[in-house]
Design a protein around this ligand. Structure first.
Ligand code: AMP
Ligand code: GLY
Length: 427
């Protein structure tokens, strides 16, 4: 079958690798792809938001299945655009992608259906938000309701910081329309776990758990990033947590969306915080996480095309979703300076270390080819080096060993990805 994948990040490289493993895929295209993806797929230079050109390409090339797992195109209706033309696509329709596209919507959904989450209020008037903050306890969390590249969340330690945050989001409109509505939320503490699920509108199948490291610096210090590394499974996602979430969160969310007339199909990402009062939903995403996908999909045994078909056809209940009984760690190698200013165009060496390997992979996130045909850096997060192991400890050692084989000027990585595993062993 002929498959088109939409996107160009490390997540897409991991999805492309999983598609490539399927014996059902004869030809794989990626729009627009990157220097790593082009080694396993034919890259076509079409923007992820150009639905007209993407659907035309799918028609002209007789694509059997298109796959999209990016927030912007999903929230803007890429699935609807394909379906209107009778094209088969795996992803979430616009009216359900709102679960990520509007935090005001998702918080109201959770409140109405009794799904555990932090207490909150929503504001579209900055004056009312300021008044509320006068008596609200600190620390407190401000969230731009719309899509803001994962940067629209401000954790404010003092009232002054919170007032400053309201100015940034609502008055200065730092994230544009995304901040016209702001959710002000109770500050919670606890470990964070990411759980991804395939959903077919009524049933869900959980993927293995994982954990992201969002801050730029070791020991979870520094600025928030798109994710500096991940590991899977999370030892903190215990059977007890799983039982609680199955009872109070997962099916309830799927049912709530169906009851709202917004049946959810695709990948639903549950960002959970394990608080002293039990697990609570931090956020929903309507897609695979990045870089969670880079540790989850390499462990998936089931053919990804079979799973995507089942989601589209509403037959997920009959499918057995299986994962290897192993572990994976992904270390992100970034450009020095990220998430602030950084340089691009640095030549990357050492990538041949990964050729033909089945136990470690180098997923490209921000790479391109220069005029001489060399692979160079083109983004903040450049590579995600994933290693598999029998245990998390083994996978962690192997991931760092592999990451040390790669070089470019100004490269930066955290040294403590997966270090939390050691704490879990001490529990
Ligand atoms: P979100 O995009 O909503 O997941 O927020 C990004 C990050 O901000 C999360 O991964 C948490 O680390 C942090 N965060 C979000 N909401 C809260 C909250 N209510 N309490 C504490 N930390 C939070
Ligand atoms: N890793 C977090 C996300 O994909 O939103």
């Amino acid at each position: 079958m002929r498959v088109l994948l939409v996107g160009s990040g490390g997540r897409e490289h991991a999805i492309a690798a999983a598609l490539k493993r399927s014996p059902r895929v004869d030809k794989l295209y990626c729009a627009p792809g990157n220097a790593g993806i082009r080694r396993i797929a034919e890259c076509v230079n079409i923007s992820t938001m150009d639905f007209e050109a993407l659907t035309k390409f799918a028609q002209d090339e007789k694509i059997d299945l298109t796959v999209c797992s990016m927030d912007d195109p999903l929230c803007a209706g890429i699935v609807d655009a394909f379906e209107e033309k009778g094209l088969r696509i795996f992803g979430t329709r616009k009216n359900a992608a709102i679960i990520e596209g509007s935090k005001a919507f998702s918080k109201d959904l959770m409140k109405r259906y009794g799904i555990p989450t932090a207490a909150y209020e929503t504001f579209d008037d900055p004056e009312k938000a300021r008044q509320y903050l006068e008596t609200a306890p600190v620390p407190i969390v401000l969230k731009a309701s719309g899509l803001a590249l994962g940067k629209g969340v401000l954790i404010c330690q003092t009232r002054e910081e919170a007032l400053e945050g309201i100015r940034e989001l609502m008055t200065d409109r730092k994230f544009g329309a995304a901040g016209d509505q702001v959710v002000i939320e109770e500050f919670m503490t606890g470990r964070e776990v990411s759980v991804l699920a395939f959903v077919d509108g009524k049933d869900y199948k959980l993927m293995t758990s994982s954990q992201d490291h969002k801050r730029a610096g070791d020991g979870d210090t520094g600025l928030n990033t798109g994710g500096m590394g991940t590991f899977s499974p999370s030892p903190f996602y215990t059977e007890e947590v799983d039982r609680f979430c199955r009872e109070h969160i997962y099916q309830k969310t799927v049912d709530a969306m169906a009851a709202e007339g917004r049946p959810f199909k695709g990948v639903l990402y549950f960002g959970l915080m394990l608080t002293a009062d039990g697990p609570k939903v931090l956020e929903y995403n309507t897609r695979f996480g990045d870089p969670e996908t880079q540790v989850v999909l390499p462990r998936m045994k089931t053919d990804i095309v079979d799973v995507m078909d089942a989601c589209i056809d509403g037959t997920l209940g009959q499918l057995d979703l299986e994962f290897e009984d192993n572990a994976a760690v992904c270390v992100v190698i970034a450009s020095g300076g990220y998430p602030l200013a950084y340089e691009k165009g640095k030549v990357i060496s050492g990538l041949e270390f990964f050729d033909g390997r089945q136990d470690c992979f180098c997923f490209h996130a921000g790479t391109a080819l220069n005029a001489e045909g060399q692979i160079v850096t083109s983004g903040g997060r450049v590579l995600g080096v994933t290693a598999l192991g029998k245990t998390l400890k083994e996978a962690r050692a192997a991931a760092y060993e592999a990451a040390r084989q790669v070089h470019f000027d100004g490269q930066y990585m955290r040294g403590d990805i997966g270090k939390a595993i050691e704490e879990s062993e001490a529990i």
